[in-house]
Design a protein around this ligand. Sequence first.
Ligand SMILES: Nc1ncnc2c1ncn2[C@@H]1O[C@H](COP(=O)(O)OP(=O)(O)OP(=O)(O)O)[C@@H](O)[C@H]1O
Ligand SMILES: [Mg+2]
Length: 386
Amino acid sequence: MTEEIVKSALSKVMYPGFTKDIVTFGFVKDIAINGNDVSFTVEITSSAPEVAAQIVDEAEKELKNAGAGKVTVNIKAPQMPKESSSQGKNIAPQIKNFLMVSSGKGGVGKSTTAVNIAIALAQQGKKVGLLDADIYGPNIPRMLGISDQKPEVTGNKVLPMKAYGIEVMSMGSLMEEGQSLIWRGAMIMKAIEQFLRDILWSELDVLVIDMPPGTGDAQLSLAQSVPVTAGLTVTTPQSVSLDDSRRSLDMFKKLNIPIAGIVENMSGFIAPDTGVEYDIFGKGTSQPMADEFDTKIIAEIPIEPAIRTGGDEGKPIIFADPSSETAKRYMKAAESIWSTIEEINANGGVDNQSVQPTTPPGVSACSTGSSSSQQQQSSGGGCGCS
Ligand SMILES: Nc1ncnc2c1ncn2[C@@H]1O[C@H](COP(=O)(O)OP(=O)(O)OP(=O)(O)O)[C@@H](O)[C@H]1O
Ligand SMILES: [Mg+2]
């Protein structure tokens, strides 16, 4: 048995809820080998016993397959949160609620959903911010028609921009057009933290956060930085997309983030000339998945040319055509999200203590990686460090 064999076996063990393995996340420490016997420590960021149990089971299985004898796994996990005394972390305490918009894979309409839901919430009287945390493909500025604007800097803080009644910040507004950035795990964590701490967000009722696709460093960093009130999953009706969406819902569960629902996007087609709705990829196919995760489909958004042109031209449909069927469905979805958020808060709110890293503050769990490319992230499989 060698350290290489051990690491290669353990790199087949995914961190529960994520598409990234425990070696890549940098969680495996202190590997000791004695003949064929192996012992090591896994420093995890969840206090949930089932997360530890799953890692131990899978690590033992993979190591036995690789020819190991006795396998000893030491799990180092954060303390279980104590009732009532919150030790969670919130680096943006002036923001009352955080809504994480996620999807298992790219291109399903996450940003479109985040934009229209954020504006819908504002139209319903809430004070709303929209954070484009998709550092790989930030396209919120274009969708809001503010790609020419540069945010104002005061001291070492940055003022959010304003559009359609909401506050907005995006990496796309901080870098030159067409520039693409290569991010490592530690940089992703820093970027997410700065977006929350160094942007002068007002006292918002809710910050809607458009995440990069997949389940990786950005999602984990966000959950560790602020108590995420609720998660919203965007999917398309095809089963390939549903498989990925299941991962996104499972990630919310593993991060102890209450689920606000599923938006089934590109669900049917409304013909612009007749207004008749046709079924193309299927409709309502995400219902079994909603049942499985004890949540609901809060909107079926059809394929509609006006949604795409609205996005391309910086005029979101919720604003450009509020009487359209689609705009009405976004409004209903926003109402549903808000009532879920109120219910969560009435039941004591959320706490992110159970996902705090075991590594010292300021040290990323995966600060030793090499760079990854935009493509890796878009495919949903890769993350910032490897
Ligand atoms: N219901 C819809 N009808 C028509 N076009 C849509 C619809 N939803 C999204 N689109 C278009 O599909 C494209 C992809 O949508 P969007 O950028 O919102 O997806 P995404 O999940 O955020 O993608 P990425 O993973 O690249 O960030 C955009 O051009 C958008 O305007
Ligand atoms: Mg997007």
